[in-house]
Write a protein that binds this ligand. Structure first.
Ligand code: OGA
Ligand code: NI
Length: 344
């Protein structure tokens, strides 16, 4: 028996054991910790769905339109709202600079999440749950109950509403995690409201601040003040064969707007733009903001909830923090119900 053949037989036995033991449900990081030279079959996409199938895909990096929150809140508001509108129509994405969130909050959030993923597997696994509605969920892939091919991603999902109820369920280790998430979630909530107000104004749903009848304008916004918030820390370990798999498959986000803090050092987010996949160049100290399905529907299709996906790489792990908000009054609306929604 040639050595290559022996290796082949061993590999397929390991593969079988992996599938039989359902060990891939324990997460990619856990698999990688045992040392992997190849991507196990469970993570290998069919040839046509792999990331570098077309020559034009990923060949260019994309600088997203930049929206300056300081300008949005100042005398340049009208002009900035036009840029916001154009970005939401043409890209479904923009980068938000001068967002006003203390860099310390962002740093603490990243550090706490990173420390969580560095905990021993036994500690992390306490928070594993297949229940999609659990207030705390450590898990893997995109939808691990349904995915036939798994993605190269582990995550920690923390539901933040109502804070006093959910907080005792959040991981107690690392010690600084709870405080870091509370601070970050409070800060992003007010940022979120500023952005929602700008988006509504750009769509003509609420009037410009100076013309608006205060109460009328506030009524619309009140509907946006309540709602659930979900913070998701994504962890993408480095991958020995990044052309065979994806960190996240092509998807659009479900909610109204997503605020994403991408890893500043490691690229990976790609968006579908003008018929091809382009890699987003993150700008330091900024958020990547994208239109979700609810906003696409709310705007009657004027703003696009654009498909995006995540590449992995052989050199470095990657982390991102996404925050999603949903509003109860729009809950249950899906793309297929678009026609039933009243116009805006
Ligand atoms: C998401 C997402 C992108 C990233 O969490 O929905 O698209 O860069 N994340 O991690
Ligand atoms: Ni997404």
């Amino acid at each position: 028996m040639s050595p290559a053949f022996v290796l082949e037989v061993q590999t397929s036995r390991e593969e079988e054991e992996l599938v039989e033991s359902h060990e891939y449900h324990d997460g990619v990081k856990h698999l990688c910790e045992r040392g992997l030279a190849k991507v196990p079959r469970k993570y290998i996409l069919p040839a046509l769905e792999r990331p570098f199938m077309s020559k034009k895909d990923g060949a260019t990096n994309l600088k997203l339109p930049v929206i300056d929150l300081a300008k949005l809140q100042g005398p340049d508001r009208v002009h900035t709202l036009k840029s916001l509108s154009k970005a939401c129509e043409e890209y479904g994405f923009f980068q938000l600079i001068n967002h006003g969130i203390a860099s310390e909050s962002v740093l603490n959030m990243f550090q706490a999440a990173r420390k969580f993923f560095e905990l021993p597997f036994e500690e992390r696994s306490k928070y594993m749950s297949k229940d999609q509605s659990a207030p705390v969920r450590y898990g893997t892939s995109f939808n691990q109950n349904k995915d036939s091919v798994f993605c190269w991603r582990d995550f920690l999902k923390l539901s933040c509403h109502p804070l006093s109820d959910v907080l005792p369920n959040w991981p107690s280790s690392p010690a600084e995690l709870r405080q870091a998430v509370v601070n970050y979630s409070k800060e992003t909530k007010s940022l979120y409201l500023m952005l929602v107000k700008a988006v509504l104004e750009s769509l003509g749903v609420v009037e410009k601040a100076e013309n608006a009848d205060e109460n009328d304008s506030c009524d619309h916004l009140k509907e946006f003040e309540d709602g659930s918030q979900l913070i998701v820390a994504n962890f993408y370990p480095s991958c020995p064969e990044p052309d065979l798999t994806l960190g996240m498959p092509p998807h659009s986000d479900y909610g109204f707007l997503t605020l994403l803090l991408p890893d500043e050092e490691v690229k990976g987010l790609q968006i579908q733009h003008e018929g091809r996949w382009v890699t987003v160049e993150p700008i330091p100290n900024s958020f990547v903001v994208n239109v979700g399905d609810h906003l696409e529907i709310f705007s009657n299709g004027r703003y696009s909830s654009v498909l995006h996906r995540v590449l992995v790489n052989p050199f470095k792990s990657r982390m991102s923090i996404a925050s999603f908000r949903e509003f109860y009054w729009i809950h249950g609306v899906s793309r297929t119900q678009e026609q039933e929604l009243p116009g805006v």
